[in-house]
Write a protein that binds this ligand. Structure first.
Ligand code: ZN
Length: 150
């Protein structure tokens, strides 16, 4: 049985204490906002597409430790990737948090395997990823950025 001590592993705590790539990205040409009302999490993802690659990426938001740490970790994973690669990585991440089966070679992402024991938190863990993929697709949700209140 997993417990909260497992869930909030060191990687998650670290990303929560020292979020990577947090804040608006001035050079962003794609933005999307994600909302997880069941937990109260919000996450905006800013990214700059250089051709078909993510040249730079950042996130901003508020919410539980899982949602914010996951978004932080995601930005470190997606930089330099193509949209297709990002979608594949999201598929792998979603498998990790829904099954609890973490491939050993992806240690940081594997820290989120404990989330699978808390089904309600899976949405927290995937919130930032959904926003990032929406940003990559250029979905209309990008329009919400201007009204996003901090
Ligand atoms: Zn949450």
């Amino acid at each position: 049985m997993s417990d909260l001590a497992d869930l909030y592993q060191q990687v998650i705590l670290d990303h929560n204490r020292r979020p990577r790539n947090r804040g608006k990205l001035p050079t962003a040409n794609r933005v999307a906002h994600g909302d997880n009302p069941s937990c109260g999490d919000q996450c905006s993802v800013y990214l700059r597409l250089d051709g078909d690659r993510i040249g730079d990426i950042s996130f901003d938001g508020s919410g539980c430790a899982i949602s914010q740490a996951s978004a932080s970790l995601m930005t470190t994973q997606l930089k330099g990737k193509t949209a297709a690669e990002a979608e594949k990585m999201f598929g792998e991440f979603r498998d990790i948090v829904t099954t609890g089966q973490a491939p050993e070679e992806i240690s940081d992402v594997g820290a989120f395997a404990g989330v699978h024991a808390f089904p309600a938190r899976i949405k927290c863990a995937t919130l930032g990823w959904h926003a990032a993929l929406n940003a990559l697709k250029g979905d209309p949700v990008t329009a919400t950025t201007e009204t996003h209140k901090d």
